[in-house]
Design a protein around this ligand. Structure first.
Ligand code: PMM
Length: 280
């Protein structure tokens, strides 16, 4: 299934999250068997997902990595089962997993490390001629929050993403096949995430399609609350939808979300505000 080539409507694509993990912060364990993950993916498609992002490694702060074999065992049957329904991206930092997921039907690689974790990723993506989401990342989850140190978080993220673009292009990836993601929550404190959202146009100005992953992240649990009264992840979907409306007004190509139904509602509101879509 081919990737929607470009936005023609001004509306971000909805990338539904299918985490085949026992320990993701947002929905850990809920879809851990291939059967449960497949059923969940089908439900997200019925709710209006334009693409699905299948991942087998939790990136929550402090998480330990699964082995390559375990990651493959988690993702391959799910990619294979869903990729006939909708374009599938594989959320992996390992080129070996990406290669086999592409063989199984994936059409996009979502590498939260932007090619940093596995030096072979750029060559693999170049050889296959597929697009890659390069997210801003400063190291594996076990200790990433100690790296949340910036002079100017937006300028630093733009500069570091720019380095990833040049490294991927040097490995043979077509420039237009590099999609960028500011990496909300990855080596970032709440105020860093808000600053990146406020100045998202500086990321868009890099000239690449932008993917945004705000869904259920801690900074949304804290908004309007204190650390003592933080909303748990499953109660962050309304706040997530508010960020989706914002994304729709800031030229984002795709939003990566858990709650597809609520996201579609938020995008319908964005369309109505822009004078598009049905409002009768
Ligand atoms: N966030 C998570 C995982 N993968 N991929 C991209 N491109 N952007 C993100 O922000 C992102 C990601 C962590 O969230 P999860 O544990 O709920 O999947």
């Amino acid at each position: 299934m081919t990737l929607p080539s470009a936005r023609t409507t001004g509306r971000p694509l909805v990338m539904g999250v299918v985490n085949v993990t026992p320990d993701s912060f947002s929905d850990g364990g809920a879809w851990f068997t291939p059967e449960a993950a497949l059923a969940h993916g089908r439900e997200l498609v019925a709710q209006g997902a334009d693409l699905l992002d299948v991942g087998g490694e939790s990136t929550r702060p402090g998480a330990e990595r699964p082995s390559t074999e375990e990651e493959l065992r988690r993702v391959l049957p799910v990619v294979a089962g869903l990729s006939s329904l909708v374009p599938v991206s594989v959320d992996t930092m390992r080129s070996e997993v990406a290669a086999l997921a592409l063989d199984a039907g994936a059409t996009l690689v979502n590498d939260v490390s932007g090619g940093l974790a596995d030096p072979q990723m750029g060559a693999l993506v170049a050889e296959r001629g597929v697009p890659i989401v390069a997210m801003h990342w400063r190291g594996h989850s076990a200790d990433m929050q100690s790296r949340a140190q910036y002079d100017d978080v937006v300028a630093d993220v733009v500069a570091e993403l720019g380095e990833r673009v040049e490294a991927l292009v040097a490995a043979g990836v077509a420039r237009e096949d590099v999609l960028l993601d500011p990496g909300l929550g990855f080596a970032k404190l709440a105020h860093h995430n808000w600053e990146l959202l406020r100045r998202l146009d500086e990321v868009s100005a890099m000239g690449h399609r932008v993917v945004l992953g705000a869904s259920r992240k801690k900074f949304l649990g804290l908004v309007g609350r204190t650390p003592q009264t933080e909303r748990p992840p499953l109660e962050r979907d309304v706040a997530t939808a508010a960020t989706t409306l914002y994304a729709a007004q800031h030229d984002v190509w795709a939003v990566r979300v858990h709650d597809v139904a609520g996201t579609v509602d938020a995008l319908d509101v964005a369309d109505a505000l822009a004078g598009r879509g049905a409002t009768s």
